[in-house]
Design a protein around this ligand. Structure first.
Ligand code: CDP
Ligand code: CDP
Length: 225
């Protein structure tokens, strides 16, 4: 019988993590855990309360009074909740996207989120995506993947997504925002965005989603037998 494993997928913004993580989780019947959505949820709540995003103690108050949950809706899409309020849509706003790296660098925020993520993954059978999954959250994951793509390609992907959704979009601004977030995420002191030593790097710049999924499924087959 195949064993149930944990799969860690890390990488910078718009590298394709969540898209491929969901497909891999579906194929394996595993749970998909979007850790970025959890940092976005805390950021959304901090902005809503009007607290200073650089203040460790203000964020501590937010952390003490919220419970972040990820739940599957009937249509099999993942929804994000804060104290039972569905905040799936508002965590994707420009304002949250451009502030999340500031909130995510705080020690108290990371400790709270990592504890929650580890308890969700305690029984294995998970595909978790983020920035520090292979290095910190699931250091013993059987499969670790680090997805990359050029900043240009990642900005084009987000731009196309925005246009498809009917949102305003400016490619140059997106490029700048992505590069800025990459820098903040890679240079922060605690659990920065970094490839784990034992992670397999996949440059997705010129790969389709299907090709990336196949590469990961091959790794799963190798490790899970
Ligand atoms: O989907 P996108 O790549 O835009 O970002 P995300 O996965 O939703 O993550 C949003 C932000 O949360 C990142 O830019 C990081 O600042 C933070 N994050 C983190 O610090 N650690 C993680 N494991 C996941 C996300
Ligand atoms: O989760 P992350 O921010 O890393 O990226 P994503 O939201 O999964 O993917 C960003 C966009 O790139 C989505 O619209 C995907 O459909 C697209 N994508 C792609 O065009 N080619 C790939 N190899 C992977 C993703």
């Amino acid at each position: 019988m195949k064993k149930t494993i944990s799969i860690a997928i890390d990488g910078p913004a718009a590298a394709g993590k969540s898209t491929v993580a969901k497909i891999v989780a579906d194929r394996l019947g595993y749970i998909y855990i979007d850790t970025g959505a959890m940092y976005r949820a805390i950021t959304f709540e901090a902005i809503r309360r009007g607290v200073e995003l650089n203040s460790h103690s203000a964020l501590e108050d937010v952390l003490k009074t919220v419970k972040v949950d990820l739940r599957l809706a009937e249509d099999n899409t993942q929804h994000v909740f804060i104290n039972d309020e569905d905040i799936t849509e508002p965590i994707r706003t420009h304002e949250v996207t451009n502030s999340v790296s500031i909130v995510a660098k705080h020690k108290n925020v990371r400790e709270a989120m990592v504890a929650r993520q580890q308890s969700m993954a305690a029984n294995g059978g998970v595909v978790m995506d983020g920035r520090d999954i292979g290095t910190h959250v699931l250091p013993n994951a059987e499969v670790k993947v680090f997805l990359l793509a050029s900043v240009e390609e990642r900005a084009i992907r987000r731009h196309n997504e925005n246009i498809k959704k009917g949102f305003d979009s400016n490619l140059e601004n997106l490029k700048e925002e992505i590069a800025k977030r990459d820098k903040l995420d890679s240079e922060r002191e605690i659990a920065p965005l970094k490839k784990a030593e034992d992670a397999i790097e996949i440059d997705t710049t010129s790969l389709t989603i299907v090709e990336v999924v196949e590469k990961i499924m091959n790794l799963v087959t190798e490790r899970a037998l």
